[in-house]
Design a protein around this ligand. Structure first.
Ligand SMILES: [Cu+2]
Length: 158
């Protein structure tokens, strides 16, 4: 009898665990739905950023970007300056789902952390912002960040 009781107790415990698990899954389900890459073809919202300019100013144009979580964007980066620059925003990159990066005839899939653009270089980064927050952007070439080649990126909830 004691054995039976303890068995039932264990079973009940397990039942509770399963119940809690289902509860947790339900709580997290809406978040996962947002985080899942869109399945239907979507036309991305185009945003352009220049790394430097022809006058060789060490700045991003514009130097503040805003995205809405869950929307798909195509960030078009170009470098009209006479020297190479980086678009480095590691925490921001961790907070987005990257569909692809396209540069010339090459398409790169998977996570991206940094993009290097040579003079006259152009790259398109297609992604869906996921994690809301404020992030920093910079060009890590020695002297560039210090000279003001920095920016801010915000991911806001929809
Ligand atoms: Cu630079």
């Amino acid at each position: 009898m004691i054995q039976f009781v303890s068995f039932t107790y264990k079973w009940l415990q397990r039942g509770w665990m399963i119940f809690l698990l289902i509860l947790c899954l339900n709580i997290f389900a809406p978040a996962t739905a947002v985080a899942a890459p869109p399945t239907a073809p979507v036309t991305p919202i185009e945003v352009k950023v220049s790394l430097g300019n022809q006058a060789n100013e060490l700045k991003f144009f514009p130097n503040h970007l805003e995205f809405l979580a869950g929307k798909m964007y195509k960030l078009v980066l170009d470098n009209p300056s006479p020297q190479k620059h980086y678009f480095t925003a590691k925490d921001f990159a961790d907070g987005v789902w990257t569909q692809k990066v396209q540069a010339g005839k090459v398409e790169v899939k998977g996570a991206i952390h940094e993009l290097e653009l040579l003079p006259e270089g152009v790259a398109e980064w297609v992604f869906v912002p996921m994690k809301r927050g404020n992030y920093t952007l910079r060009c890590p070439i020695p002297g560039h960040t210090e000279a003001g080649m920095t920016g801010t990126i915000a991911i806001a909830p929809q």
